[in-house]
Ligand binder design. Structure first.
Ligand code: HEM
Length: 417
């Protein structure tokens, strides 16, 4: 049996907080392995990186998700009782509900709504001296995902729910008062949506027949029971919150267009297939979701290393997307690399790996790609704007990482090509 290298120091939580995206890969390089062991929040954790580790991590005979997430993430980002913490048949059954929403028509519908809202906001932006793109995108995406899902949103409440949906992902990894604001936002959000679910069930609210709100509100578990209103709210938030979080990727996309004028030119020219390559490279290159966690189901050995039952395992998503064994010059932004990508579900995993239907891979990956495609088209072909002097350095210590200025644009006008 080979010993898993052990990171020095008793607990590495502070090192992880300081550098969440590069923490695992840096240490794996130091030890010359794909894995090492440490303590995170005082719990023994095996950290792993790379495509082979990803293949192992998504083997559900070996890992489970129940109680795998740190409590502070559960109380902010994820909530209790949602699909992420389920295993086996209970998971597959709930996941089917999510995947039933991911038809090309529905995904296209959300894309069209978002395109409309983007165009509406341009009128507003044209009157402003400066526009903070990240902030504006949050509101646009809140409007479009609420309309798409059938969740009623009144104009007077839009900025509050935009703020709360944003706090759930943007402040989940924070420490101190911002973390507490994220927890409060989740409590308010769950209460809001639980109330809406109850109205649907009582017949006081009639969302369209095929709407996500109706499907989640009337979903039945394997035992034939409806979800509790709270858990239905948690899973509705699993649609609303991450859709608003696509604002992070779109902000990075604006950064990529700014740094690589050639990409903008090719998008403007409408070069066939180029938008897809560009979107994929933005998802690979820029930091967003650093890692995912699970627990060992039963003792097993892998490459001579022993994984003991119950130990927490953390898979490095960002590092795997930058692994030089899969990606040539991974620190260069090169959309063309996706022409030759082998399509493996384990080497390009910004939203998790493995199978969407059977495992925990992100249910919203196609929605994310569609919204990014719509945004790329909008930014490159439908508006003109300036990029004033600002601090575009990425803040790597925050979660999610972002350009420090949140990407400011000015002199905005419609410019259809
Ligand atoms: C904004 C970009 C997004 C990123 C970076 C992202 C990332 C992720 C990651 C890393 C996971 C966990 C994978 C795992 O546990 O193995 C996940 C799961 C999930 N995501 Fe996303 N996601 C995004 C957008 C979306 C969207 C737009 C939706 C829905 C509209 C969505 C719905 C979900 C759901 C329901 C799960 C849980 C799946 C399960 O446990 O089976 N995500 N996402």
């Amino acid at each position: 049996m080979t010993h898993i290298p052990r990171d020095k120091g008793f607990d590495s939580t502070l090192a992880l907080i300081r550098d969440p995206y590069r923490f695992v890969q840096k240490r794996c390089r130091r030890y010359g392995t794909d894995l090492f062991e440490t303590r995170l929040l005082l719990r023994r954790t095996i950290c792993m990186t790379g495509p082979d580790a990803a293949r192992l991590f998504y083997d559900q005979d070996r890992f489970i998700r129940r109680s795998a997430m740190p409590e502070r993430i559960r109380r902010t980002l994820l909530g209790r009782g949602g699909v992420q913490g389920l295993d086996d048949e209970a998971h597959r059954h709930r996941k089917r509900m999510f995947m039933s929403l991911m038809t090309p028509e529905r995904i296209g519908g959300l894309g069209s709504l978002t395109a409309q809202w983007l165009h509406d906001f341009v009128q507003r932006w044209a009157l402003k001296e400066r526009v903070v793109l990240y902030d504006e995108l949050q509101e646009i995406l809140t409007w479009s995902v609420c309309a798409w899902s059938g969740v009623p949103l009144r104009a007077a409440e839009a900025s509050q729910w935009t703020r709360d949906l944003t706090l759930m992902f943007d402040a989940a990894g924070a420490v101190g008062p911002r973390h507490w604001r994220s927890r409060l936002a989740r409590r308010r959000g769950e209460a809001w949506l639980a109330g809406i679910v109850e109205q649907v069930r009582a017949g006081r609210l009639e969302p369209p027949k095929e709407s996500p709100l109706r499907i989640v509100a009337l979903h039945r578990e394997l035992d034939g029971e409806l979800l509790s209103p709270r858990i239905a709210a948690v899973d509705l938030l699993n649609l609303l919150r991450p859709t608003v979080a696509v604002s992070v990727f779109i902000t990075f996309m604006a950064d990529a267009l700014h740094r690589h004028p050639d990409c903008r030119r090719r998008l403007q020219a409408g070069e066939a297939g180029y938008a897809e390559l560009f979107v994929q490279e933005v998802r690979r290159f820029y930091p967003f979701f650093p890692a995912v966690t699970a627990r060992v189901r039963q003792d097993f050995e892998w490459r001579g290393y022993r994984f003991g039952r119950g130990i927490r395992v953390m898979l490095d998503l960002y590092g795997t997307d930058h692994d030089p064994r899969s990606w040539d010059a991974p620190e260069e932004f090169r959309p063309e690399r996706f022409r030759d990508w082998n399509g493996s579900p384990f080497n390009f995993i910004p939203q998790g790996g493995g199978d969407h239907h059977l495992g925990h891979r992100c249910a919203g990956e196609w929605i994310t790609i569609e919204l990014m495609r719509v945004a790329a088209d909008f930014l490159a072909r439908h508006i003109a704007y300036g990029v004033p002097e600002q601090d575009l350095r990425i803040d790597w210590s925050r979660l999610p990482a972002l350009p420090r200025s949140r990407f400011v644009i000015n002199k905005v006008r419609s410019d259809d090509r």
